[in-house]
Design a protein around this ligand. Structure first.
Ligand code: GDP
Length: 444
């Protein structure tokens, strides 16, 4: 995951200073040296780092900070705010027209994730903003791109307009606009051709397309794994096409994050979305403030709650809470909760969004957790409906049968029974409204 080692190094840099009652030029310089090294190691552009450190220093040396009750923490806040300024002062979004069709042209080098991002953005706008979207396959150079877009469109239930590879991109675009008008679409996203490297032919094609379509937004996909190359590519595309926003892809890889941190301040083009996976749902609208918090290991509870609201089944959550309160929590509830946890995706990602959990998250092995979850699920699924509802009935012979059915040892079943007993103790505590210290101690 991008920013992992930057987060680690920055928190080490702060450890020393945030506990200091008094700031001196010496301990401040030491910390700034560490911050500077962390940023350079994360592959942030040298000039960006230089300006960043100068800004932090100037603000931190201000009298108000020096005289404050907790100057060390004030300095950490200044770094945080500067980080946010680097990433963007406000959230940038697609420029939707008040009436009529909004058009977005997706551009980018081959392999950066342009076609996938076109579909991800279509899904995002359809589901979150209730837009009627049309995807248009204008990448007529790479034949597989059209099929890829059609498959993606099908999976998100968004129409894809294509005239095949025999018809030029401009003509496809023109016909697609007529089609979109007829069907009263709100948003048309054009997936354009890319190349492995920037070349004149590509730019000419894209410029023609731009004058022809007159898009409301031109979004460039850049691959986070390419580090500072993001800046070079964004600069070139911006000079030639005046792009309006960036989609940073492959944030799930082991990119160090320097490209994302440098690009805004060098090109002045905002990041609109970040993508962190191959699946169509792996796209997030970019929030500079939340990203700054995540980088500093301060968590991102707002995004976590948003994701929970979106992905979890609130009826199931309500029912589980009710069962917990009434002391009737059983294996069916546990099974439901396993399904719900799976919907939230990576546990490591989730923990990182909780303030102070960054370190713990690093010790979480998602693969192992999924394996265990699968095993527990198989055990519950090998139980009869009666057993699921009455965990107390599970004696030796039933346990042996279930173990055989799930292909596990009886010990694994005992572990799960133990887990449900702990949940039931909590259930009883809640039902009685009296803290039961024995139950609490047993849980440790
Ligand atoms: P295009 O040539 O720019 O249109 O690129 P594609 O959309 O075909 O994507 C190239 C490859 O990158 C495909 O295998 C995608 O599944 C993959 N990809 C795209 N976005 C992401 C991402 O955010 N994370 C990861 N891990 N892979 C991605």
């Amino acid at each position: 995951m991008a920013f992992e080692s930057l987060s680690d190094r920055l928190s080490k840099a702060f450890k020393n200073i945030s506990g200091q009652g008094k700031l001196t030029e010496k301990n401040m310089n030491e910390m700034l040296k560490e911050v500077r090294m962390s940023l350079l190691e994360a592959d942030v552009n040298y000039t960006v780092v230089k300006d960043f450190i100068a800004n932090v220093k100037e603000k931190a040396m201000g009298q108000e900070v020096m005289d404050s009750l907790n100057p060390g923490q004030m300095v950490v806040k200044i770094v945080r705010d500067e980080l946010q300024t680097l990433l963007g002062t406000s959230d940038a979004r697609i420029n939707f027209k008040k009436t009529g069709i909004t058009t977005v042209m997706m551009v980018g080098l081959q392999g950066t994730g342009k076609t996938t991002a076109s579909a991800k953005i279509a899904k995002y706008c359809k589901e979150k903003l209730a837009k009627r979207v049309l995807l248009v396959a204008c990448d007529v150079i790479r034949p597989a791109a059209i099929e890829q877009l059609k498959t993606l469109g099908k999976s998100i239930d968004v129409e894809v307009y294509s005239l095949g590879t025999e018809v030029g991109a401009l003509q496809t675009a023109r016909k697609a606009m007529d089609y979109a008008k007829d069907r009263q679409k709100d948003l048309v996203i054009f997936d354009t051709a890319g190349r492995l490297h920037i070349d004149d032919e590509l730019m000419k094609e894209l410029q023609d397309m731009k004058s022809y379509v007159g898009p409301d937004d031109i979004l460039l996909t850049v691959d986070a794994m390419t580090g500072q190359d993001i800046v070079t590519v964004a600069k070139e595309f911006n000079d030639q096409l005046s792009i309006t926003g960036l989609v940073v892809t492959k944030m799930d890889g082991d990119a160090r994050g320097g490209g994302l941190l440098s690009v805004r301040s060098i090109t002045n083009v905002p990041v609109l979305f970040v993508s962190s996976g191959e699946k169509v749902e792996d796209l997030e609208a970019f929030h500079p403030d939340r990203m700054a918090n995540r980088i500093l290991g301060m968590g991102d509870v707002v995004s976590l709650v948003e994701q929970a609201e979106e992905k979890l089944d609130m009826e199931i959550q309500k029912q589980t809470a009710k069962n917990l309160m009434s002391g009737t929590f059983n294996f069916n509830d546990l099974l439901n909760q396993y399904d719900e946890i799976t919907k939230m995706g990576s546990m490591q990602k989730m923990l990182k969004m909780i303030p102070g959990m960054n370190k713990m998250a690093q010790n979480v092995d998602d693969e192992l957790m999924n394996k265990n979850l699968k095993k527990s699920r198989a055990i519950i699924q090998s139980m009869t409906p009666y057993e699921r509802e009455n965990p107390g009935c599970l004696k030796a012979s039933r346990k042996n049968r279930i173990a055989k059915g799930a292909g596990v040892k009886v010990m694994e079943i005992n572990k799960l029974i133990n887990q449900i007993e702990q949940m039931q103790s909590v259930s009883k505590m809640m039902k009685n409204g009296v803290p039961n210290m024995n139950a609490l101690q047993n849980m440790q």
